[in-house]
Design a protein around this ligand. Structure first.
Ligand code: DGL
Length: 312
C-alpha cells in the first residue's frame, strides 16, 4: 500500500501538510524537507529542477504513489518538466507478474500554484492582485501566466473589473532564510515584512488581494496582518499618496491545496485505492534530524521525530 509524499525545500511545506492532514486525516504521509539545501528560491532553474527530481524519485522509492510539491518554487520551476518528461517512463508497464493490473502502479506529482490561482477571482473585488513569492517563482512568471489564463474565461469579477486582472509581483528573498533560521518572530522579520509590503504596494496601491505564493510565508502571516491592519511600522510619508491597507485580503495556500487534493482523489480512484489508511506521518530531512524535529515541532505545535536522509 502507498503513502502520500509531501515535499518542500524546508519547513514551509509543513503549512500544507497540516492543512492536508486536517482535510484527509485517514491517509499515511511522508514529509521530506531538503533543509540542507534550502532556500531553493535563489537558485537557477537547473538546480531547482535537479534537486526536486531527486526528492520526487526518493519519495517514489519510499512507496509514495502521489507526491505533492508543497513548494511554489519547485512547482514553478520543475513540475511541468517532471510531469511531461520524467513521469511517463516511471508509469510504463513493466513485465512483473507479482504486480497487479497492467504491471505497474500509477504515480503522479501535483503542485500548489494551480489550486491557489483558481481561488483568486472569487476573492478580489478590484482585480488588483499582488503576488509575494521567492525570486525564482517571480522570475518564472508562473502566477502571472496562470492568472491571465484563468481571467480570459471570466465574464466579470465580483466588483465589475470586467474579468481583467492587474497583477504585480514582489520577490521577498529574505523571508525564507528568516523562517528557516527560526527568526520569523524577530524584529528583523518585522523589518523585512514592512520592506516588501511597501515595495509591492508602491507598484500598485489599488491591490486588494495578496497571494502568499510561498509555503513558508504563512509563518509570517501574523506579522503581515499586523502591518496591513494596524499600520505597524507604516510611515505614510513613504507612499506618494496615503493608502489604505486594512481591507487587503491575504490568500494562503494550505486549505486550497488540501481541498484540491481531496477533489483529485475523488476523481482518481486509481490513486485513492492504492493509498494505505493508517493516519500516520513520518518526517525526513536532509539536515540534522534533531534540529528538524525541534523546529518542525514548533511549526506544527506538536512533537515530531525525524530521520536524516541524503538526496543525490
Ligand atoms: N516553500 C518554498 C516555496 O513555496 C520556499 C522556497 C525556498 O526554499 O526558497 O516557494
Amino acid at each position: 500500500m502507498a503513502k502520500i509524499g509531501i515535499f518542500d525545500s524546508g519547513y514551509g511545506g509543513l503549512t500544507i501538510l497540516e492543512a492536508i492532514r486536517k482535510e484527509l486525516p485517514e491517509y499515511d504521509y511522508l514529509y521530506l524537507g531538503d533543509n540542507a539545501r534550502a532556500p531553493y528560491g535563489t537558485h537557477s532553474f537547473d538546480v531547482i529542477y535537479r534537486y526536486t527530481l531527486q526528492a520526487v524519485k526518493y519519495l517514489f522509492e519510499q512507496e509514495c504513489a502521489l507526491v505533492i510539491l508543497a513548494c511554489n518554487t519547485a512547482s514553478a520551476k520543475a513540475l511541468r518538466t517532471i510531469q511531461q518528461r520524467d513521469l511517463p517512463p516511471m508509469n510504463k508497464p513493466i513485465p512483473d507478474p507479482s504486480l497487479k493490473g497492467n504491471g505497474c502502479l500509477p504515480v503522479n506529482v501535483l503542485g500548489v500554484i494551480r489550486p491557489t490561482v483558481e481561488a483568486v477571482p472569487g476573492i478580489t473585488k478590484t482585480g488588483h492582485v499582488g503576488i509575494l513569492a521567492t525570486p525564482a517563482t517571480v522570475s518564472s512568471e508562473s502566477y502571472v501566466l496562470e492568472l491571465n489564463k484563468i481571467s480570459e474565461n471570466l465574464p466579470s469579477l465580483q466588483g465589475g473589473a470586467g474579468g481583467r486582472l492587474f497583477i504585480s509581483q514582489q520577490a521577498c528573498p529574505m523571508w525564507v532564510p528568516l523562517i528557516e533560521a527560526g527568526e520569523h518572530h524577530s524584529d528583523g522579520a518585522k523589518f523585512f515584512v514592512g520592506k516588501y509590503l511597501r515595495e509591492i504596494l508602491s507598484k500598485d496601491p489599488q491591490i486588494d488581494t495578496l497571494v502568499l505564493g510561498c509555503t513558508h510565508y504563512p509563518l509570517l502571516k501574523e506579522k503581515i496582518e499586523g502591518w496591513l491592519r494596524y499600520h505597524e511600522e507604516i510611515e505614510e510619508s513613504e507612499f506618494p499618496v496615503a493608502i489604505h491597507t486594512e481591507h487587503i485580503q491575504i490568500i494562503s495556500q494550505g486549505t486550497l491545496v488540501a481541498e484540491s487534493l481531496k477533489d483529485y482523489l475523488k476523481r482518481h480512484p486509481e490513486y485513492r485505492e492504492q493509498l494505505s489508511l493508517g493516519g500516520t506521518c513520518a518526517y525526513l530531512t536532509t539536515e540534522n534530524a534533531n534540529r528538524f524535529a525541534q523546529s518542525a515541532s514548533i511549526f506544527l505545535s506538536a512533537p515530531v521525530s525525524a530521520e536524516h536522509i541524503d538526496l543525490e
